[in-house]
Ligand binder design. Structure first.
Ligand code: ZN
Length: 180
């Protein structure tokens, strides 16, 4: 992807053992106020067939791709990843936005249906219901922004044996045994 990004590779074994990770966050290099356990996914890379090869068997090709997807995604377990105050705040904010989108959309959708059921004709209610319905899937975007992977700028390697950290802070990198 971005060629300028400095990527630091750390073995998954190391990251998966509690107490190994640095005391400073990977983004800002500030002291951690929280340590998180979670799973990191590898990048989803689906080897699509080229044009022409699969024309006419859409469903089959799709099933093949989904199968590949399941096989290709690897996860690495992370124990006690450091998050500083700013990281924690950023995550909380994005997740709150996602929640507002989802619950707000749900409330609009359900609310307008209920109002439409108890009142007679109010054509604009259908519009409100549609807007509410459209809002719910939009919550996926802030949700992804608040995800650990995006927050810390790390993912599992394609074979799941290592964790790749993009442009880690100096304080974080300094506390790692293996760099580059
Ligand atoms: Zn931070």
């Amino acid at each position: 992807m971005s060629h300028r990004a400095e990527v630091v590779t750390v073995p998954a074994e190391f990251v998966g053992r509690p107490g190994n990770l640095p005391r400073h966050c990977s983004r800002h290099g500030e002291p951690a106020v929280q340590h998180k356990d979670f799973l990191l996914q590898s990048k989803v890379k689906i080897q699509g067939s080229r044009f022409g090869q699969v024309q006419g068997r859409g469903a089959l090709a799709m099933a093949e791709r989904l199968d590949q997807h399941g096989k290709k995604v690897r996860v690495a377990e992370v124990k006690g990843w450091p998050l500083c105050r700013r990281c924690v705040r950023t995550r909380a904010r994005w997740l709150a936005v996602a929640c507002v989108f989802f619950l707000g959309g749900l409330a609009l959708f359900a609310g307008s249906l209920i109002v439409a059921a108890v009142t007679d004709g109010m054509p604009w209610l259908a519009g409100v219901a549609v807007a509410g319905f459209a809002l719910m899937p939009l919550s996926a975007f802030p949700f992804v922004r608040g995800s650990m992977s995006r927050l810390i700028g790390a993912r599992a390697s394609d074979d799941g044996s290592a964790v790749l950290i993009e442009n880690p802070s100096r304080a974080f990198a300094a506390e790692l045994p293996t760099t580059r």
